[in-house]
Design a protein around this ligand. Structure first.
Ligand SMILES: Cc1cc2nc3c(=O)[nH]c(=O)nc-3n(C[C@H](O)[C@H](O)[C@H](O)COP(=O)(O)OP(=O)(O)OC[C@H]3O[C@@H](n4cnc5c(N)ncnc54)[C@H](O)[C@@H]3O)c2cc1C
Length: 471
């Protein structure tokens, strides 16, 4: 198979040496590792179809990989399988200013999508914290969110169409250039968030918006997390939908300041980063109302970014939360529970209580406006005893999020990490429906097998963070 792959793609695009494949043995998810048999880099949909046909002939699983920033183990290889990297599909195919769309190949980074739109005075809103590295194909496969999700939604809201190569090598276009289109089932949306299990996304047609004329960023500090949570509820209740409504707790705050040096207040228990955008007059009015609400609900200070550069520094500081925390202990497990916004304060209190009870260190930050929390466990995977406590704490956190009407993942996907909890969240009927869809599109289970759910009945599969499986 390796020889056939080399003939198809050229030997330079097929890696098999241990030192070459090692970087593809993991993604951004700690504790999950598996070396692939080979890593291949096709440059077109036709070459991808060829790779998938070979994989079927040899019954070898294929794991699609963007840039490996995933946080649920989605692009971690399957034992004996190959990794199909899409980074050679990196062309901007066309900006259509009449229809406000941008067509790109799947390996283009999110930042390049944003920059291409911005250069034409347009705006691509989804901005995952990883946007400088993540690919648009990975964003589509995970239906990624970002700091602007509250007002602008997630990746799904900007995908008009996509090209995908199916497991049997057929290439299909799903969706259209039309803003309205209800012809047939919405298969495009089925592929968004499918985590590489239904097909390989090769092209994406994105919807763009006119760039907002003005932006204002505010930073509010609090002596208690409860006061910060109340401010969020008050802003939403006042029918204000800011573009960004992020929070970071005391632990994260100190790390971020130590890492990014942007002058964050170190004595606060919680900080809210709020951005409003739109028409200058509306932005000025909204910013004033937000400031007033923040002060009324206990903010100790409210600082307005003086200019775009300061606003960008503050947003960059928030985006660096994961990297900043990752410097503290050898293993950083970033979780992704989401609850209805009304339950945010209860969920944060629960996370703090669980951390204390299990004697594990958890820092929390996240997209407050979306109810999306990132409790981040700072630990050491080499310490088996500590890892057992971490696992117990995380199980309780997932279970509690579900009890509050939440979800085990708001934006990072199920992958390997959340697989044991999916049936509990969905219930038997919808869980089986998911598996039926997978069987219909990939009956031989070639594409990313074992992600989202196990191929066989998995009621009894072991829960939690899988141990390192270095092959
Ligand atoms: C520091 C940091 C911050 C992050 N912040 C955010 C955030 O704010 N919001 C958020 O939503 N996520 C965030 N993430 C998670 C991650 O960046 C996203 O899930 C991102 O979309 C993954 O893109 P990628 O190109 O790295 O994909 P990968 O990690 O390579 O793959 C992710 C999944 O998509 C599949 N896949 C990749 N490309 C394709 C394709 N072309 N066709 C089909 N399937 C494909 C893979 O098989 C895998 O299942 C963050 C991660 C890090 C490390």
């Amino acid at each position: 198979m390796i020889e056939e792959l080399s003939r198809l793609l050229g030997p330079a695009n097929v890696l098999t040496a241990p030192e070459d494949i090692l970087p593809y043995a993991f993604d951004g998810t700690p504790t999950l590792k598996q070396r692939p048999r080979a890593v291949v880099f096709p440059a077109s949909a036709a070459e991808i179809a060829g790779v998938l046909q070979l994989a079927r002939t040899h019954a070898v699983p294929v794991v699609v990989r963007g840039n490996g920033t995933g946080l649920s183990g989605g692009s971690v290889p399957v034992a004996g399988g190959i990794v199909l990297g899409v980074t050679r599909l990196n062309r901007i195919l066309g900006l259509d200013e009449r229809n406000l769309t941008l067509r790109v190949e799947a390996g283009v980074t999110t930042q390049r999508v944003y920059d291409t739109a911005a250069a034409a005075g347009l705006f691509y809103p989804p901005d995952p914290g990883s946007m400088k590295i993540s690919t648009i194909g990975g964003n589509v496969a995970e239906n990624s969110g970002g700091l602007r999700g509250l007002k602008y939604g997630v990746t799904r809201d900007y995908v008009l169409g996509l090209e995908a190569v199916l497991a049997d090598g057929r290439v299909c276009w799903l969706g259209s250039r039309c803003v309205k289109d209800v012809a047939g089932y919405n298969l495009r949306d089925l592929f968004i968030g499918s985590e590489g299990t239904l097909g390989v996304v090769t092209q994406v047609l994105l919807r763009l918006l006119p760039a907002p004329a003005a932006r204002q960023t505010l930073l509010a500090t609090y002596a208690t997390m409860a006061a910060a949570a109340e401010t969020v509820s008050a802003i939403i209740a006042a029918r204000i939908i800011p573009c960004t409504l992020e929070f970071i707790d005391r632990r994260t705050l100190r790390c971020v300041e130590d890492y990014a040096h942007v002058g964050l207040p170190l004595d606060a228990e919680a900080v809210l980063l709020i951005e409003t955008d739109g028409h200058p007059a509306a932005v000025a009015e909204e910013a004033a109302r937000i400031e007033e609400l923040a002060r009324r609900h206990g903010a100790t200070t409210v600082r307005r970014a003086a200019d775009a550069a300061e606003a960008e520094r503050l947003a960059t500081a928030r985006r660096s939360a994961f990297s900043a925390l990752a410097r503290l202990r050898p293993t950083t497990i970033l979780e992704d529970v989401t609850v209805p916004r009304s339950e945010l304060a209860a969920m944060i209190t629960f996370v703090q209580e669980v951390a204390a009870r299990h004697r594990v260190e958890i820092a929390t930050f996240g997209h407050f406006g979306d109810g999306n929390l990132h409790p981040t466990v700072l630990t050491d995977e080499r310490d088996a005893g500590e890892m057992r406590r971490v696992e117990a704490a995380l199980h309780e956190i997932f279970a509690h999020a579900l009890q509050l009407g939440g979800t085990i993942t708001g934006e990072h996907g199920v992958g390997l990490a959340k697989k044991p909890f999916l049936r509990q969240q969905l219930g038997d009927a919808s869980y089986e429906l998911l598996r039926q869809v997978k069987r219909a599109l990939d009956p031989e289970n070639i594409l990313n097998p074992g992600k989202i759910f196990d191929p066989d009945r998995d009621r009894n599969s072991s829960p939690g963070i899988a141990p390192s499986r270095e092959a």
